[in-house]
Write a protein that binds this ligand. Structure first.
Ligand SMILES: Nc1ncnc2c1ncn2[C@@H]1O[C@H](COP(=O)(O)OP(=O)(O)O)[C@@H](O)[C@H]1O
Ligand SMILES: [Mg+2]
Length: 357
């Protein structure tokens, strides 16, 4: 295998990650999870589950690079946390049988840090830059040139006497990962020959992923158990694998041979995760809108004060999933709970929900 280093550090210091780290259904890695992420990471494209279009694109891209026998173009992997960006970067390097160097935007504080990594790359090597949208501006500029011309200008000396010496680099491949593609400056974005967008996984794909992980973890799932888990995983492989590990705990403690759907339900109820993958905070948000604000619309700040959370946590952690699943709508006047939200809480809408939009 490659000299892969886990990138968990970079992800854990994300904004909002501290509050989020307490949640079972967080899409960010928690505690020592980057290590357990490793054991479930597929190493070849064939074992990467789902995302069929992206896989086909990447397969073609890799086959062409192998046939031409040159390092492939730079690749940008964009999408929410936990969907497989780091995994794909590792797979690309593994499939090309080249080493991979791992760094991240926040780990590079000065352009010089990046210059020294670039100038030590071997021909054909993959440089994986996680959270590439968080590179300092000066490093970004250095990176465009390196990606385009395979050259880096190394500064020698300081102050008025400083000069730059151009250094030619061997051809290499940058793989950038970002959760915020929109924050990348367009000149940098334009340097990538291929941008892959990762999307939330449909239940059926998560089911397959859970079955594969269960084999790796030596958990026998009974009929329907993988489906129960997939429904609670918020379209996110990292969450699916995490819930599966908690189910494994349950299996071990209760000496079960096979884990059936009721066991899944009981294990996850312990963590207050309901049938739709909503946790305590999601439910608190919906309840606040419905009971305290008569269904909405309510502004983000009022809402977060009501549930006792940072506005940013509510906005970046709860809302995307609630909106995607049709529990919540964001309108110019504020957040509105949908009929589905009332129903999920077991309540009759007291207002004509459609009039709130
Ligand atoms: N398509 C997939 N097939 C199998 N496992 C996956 C897939 N996508 C993600 N995973 C698993 O989910 C976890 C998180 O994936 P990761 O690549 O670290 O996500 P990201 O870098 O996008 O945050 C890892 O354990 C990884 O193996
Ligand atoms: Mg990652």
């Amino acid at each position: 295998m490659n000299s892969a280093i886990t990138n968990g550090e970079a992800e854990r210091d994300n904004t909002g990650a501290r509050e989020e780290s307490l949640r079972m259904v967080s899409s960010q890695p928690i505690e020592n999870e980057p290590i357990s992420d490793e054991e479930l990471r597929p190493h070849v494209l064939e074992n990467f589950i789902g995302q069929p279009r992206l896989k086909a694109q990447l397969q073609l891209f890799l086959d062409a690079a192998r046939k031409r026998d040159v390092p492939p173009d730079h690749v940008l992997l964009a999408g929410p946390p936990g969907l497989g960006k780091t995994t794909l970067a590792m797979i690309v390097a593994n499939e090309l049988e080249v080493p991979i160097r791992v760094t991240s935007g926040p780990a590079i504080q000065h352009a010089g840090d990046l210059a020294s990594i670039l100038s030590s790359l071997d021909a054909g090597e993959v440089l994986f830059i996680d959270e590439i949208h968080r590179l300092p501006r000066a490093a970004e500029e250095l990176l465009y040139i390196a990606m385009e011309d395979f050259r880096v200008d190394v500064m020698v000396g300081k102050g008025p006497g400083a000069s730059s010496i151009p250094l030619t680099l061997p051809r290499f491949t940058v793989i950038g990962a970002t959760t915020r593609e929109g924050m990348l400056p367009s000149p940098l974005r334009a340097r990538f020959g291929f941008t892959a967008h990762l999307d939330f996984y449909p239940h059926e794909e998560l089911e397959k992923l859970i079955e594969r992980s269960a084999q790796v973890l030596d958990v026998r799932l009974g009929a329907g158990a993988a489906r129960e888990l997939s429904l609670r995983s918020r379209g996110t492989p990292r969450i699916a694998n995490r819930l599966l590990r908690r189910v494994r705990d349950w299996k071990i403690v209760h000496d079960l041979n096979v884990v059936d759907p009721p066991a899944v339900e009981k294990a996850l109820a312990l963590y207050q995760i309901d049938s739709e993958g909503l946790d305590r905070l999601d439910i608190a948000v919906l309840k606040a809108i419905v009971t305290s604000f008569a269904g909405g619309p309510v502004g983000l700040n009022n809402l977060s004060a009501m549930v006792g959370e940072e506005a940013e946590t509510v906005e970046t952690v709860c809302e995307p999933y609630l909106v995607r699943e049709g529990f919540l709508v964001r309108t110019p006047k504020g957040r509105v709970a949908t009929a589905k939200a009332w129903q999920h809480l077991g309540l009759e809408p007291k207002v004509d929900v459609n009039k709130l939009f």
